[in-house]
Design a protein around this ligand. Structure first.
Ligand code: C2E
Ligand code: MG
Ligand code: MG
Ligand code: MG
Length: 282
């Protein structure tokens, strides 16, 4: 009858919630362990960014990957979110900074000057230890600050606005570049955009994925590139999946292009091999 069905529904609903909750706790726990042990479950991949003015790949975006010991992949969208909720993000970002900065110094030892973008969260920027930690990593590996771009989404930048902007200014003062990631799908008004101490606008991939076939996307992208340039920013397009879109971006004077058409994110050694094969080294 109806009454018992209702009870069953509620029961299953709660079980589902509890399981999801436990699963999340378990993932956070495993992530904490993976960070502490650094046994290869967590690793960095690098996606080439094409400098459209020079035609060379002189920059990568670092994108973290996690393959659990049981063989399961966990998507960064999921575990970065959990790391943010649990506060583990600060430790994770330290791991990311050390990994990427040491990789840049290894490339440099091979004669390859490569810039790298690093994704961070609002909590990192709010953490008083973030800049000192970044600086000590840069000096430990003798990597110049201007090889690093810090990518933050709009949501991350505007969390606690005044303090946030002060932190970004302090970050810029040490010589790293700042990029506004996923631009165009968030909350940044034009008035706020004007205030942000950024160097780069990174157009969200929703405007780029179908660029070649969409008049509307072309209008949005063209005017955003123009706006960005007039405000003094470099403009990057992520999610370039076909040659037609790349050509359109080139014609629109977009500064950098990134996407599967060029390459998926690659492990460091695969990236250097890719670079050799494509003659896009600086
Ligand atoms: P994001 O920073 O906006 O990174 C771009 C995402 O688009 C990446 O997803 C990348 O693999 C994907 N992508 C690149 N080219 C294409 C393309 O042509 N087509 C499509 N459909 N997708 C493309 P990924 O690696 O799954 O990362 C997702 C998000 O997770 C990132 O978005 C970033 O917010 C976060 N994330 C990744 N690595 C890190 C990290 O080391 N630290 C932090 N804090 N966040 C990270
Ligand atoms: Mg990014
Ligand atoms: Mg993005
Ligand atoms: Mg994103």
């Amino acid at each position: 009858d109806n009454a018992s069905n209702d009870i069953e529904d509620v029961y299953f609903y709660q079980t589902g919630e509890d399981e999801a909750y436990l699963e999340r706790l378990e993932i956070v726990d495993e992530l904490k362990q993976a960070l502490a042990e650094d046994d290869g479950q967590l690793f960095m991949t690098y996606q080439p960014k094409l400098n459209m003015r020079t035609g060379l790949v002189d920059k990568v975006e670092s994108l973290i990957r996690w393959k659990r010991n049981n063989g399961d992949w966990v998507s960064p969208e999921l575990f970065i979110d959990l790391a943010e909720q649990s506060g583990l993000i600060v430790d994770l970002t330290q791991w990311v900074l050390r990994t990427v900065i040491s990789q840049i110094s290894m490339w440099s030892a091979q004669g390859l000057t490569m810039k790298a973008a690093i994704n961070v969260s609002a909590q990192d920027i709010a953490d008083a230890e973030f800049i000192p930690h970044l600086q000590s990593m840069l000096s430990a590996y003798s990597v110049p600050a201007n090889l690093i771009t810090i990518e933050l989404t709009e949501r991350d930048m505007i969390e606690n606005e005044e303090k946030g902007i002060a932190a970004l200014i302090a970050l810029k003062e040490i010589g790293v570049h700042i990029s506004l990631d996923d631009y165009g799908v968030g909350q940044t008004s034009l008035g706020r955009l004007k205030m942000l101490p950024i160097d780069e606008l990174k157009l969200d991939k929703v405007f780029i994925l179908k660029l070649a076939g969409s008049h509307q996307d072309q209008c949005i992208v063209r005017s955003t590139i123009s706006l960005g340039h007039q405000l003094g920013f470099s403009v990057v397009a992520e999610g370039v999946e076909d040659v037609e879109s790349l050509k359109i971006l080139e014609e629109m004077k977009c500064d950098y292009a990134q996407g599967y058409y060029l390459s998926r994110p690659l492990k460091a050694d695969d990236f250097t091999q890719w670079l050799g094969q494509h003659h896009k080294a600086v």
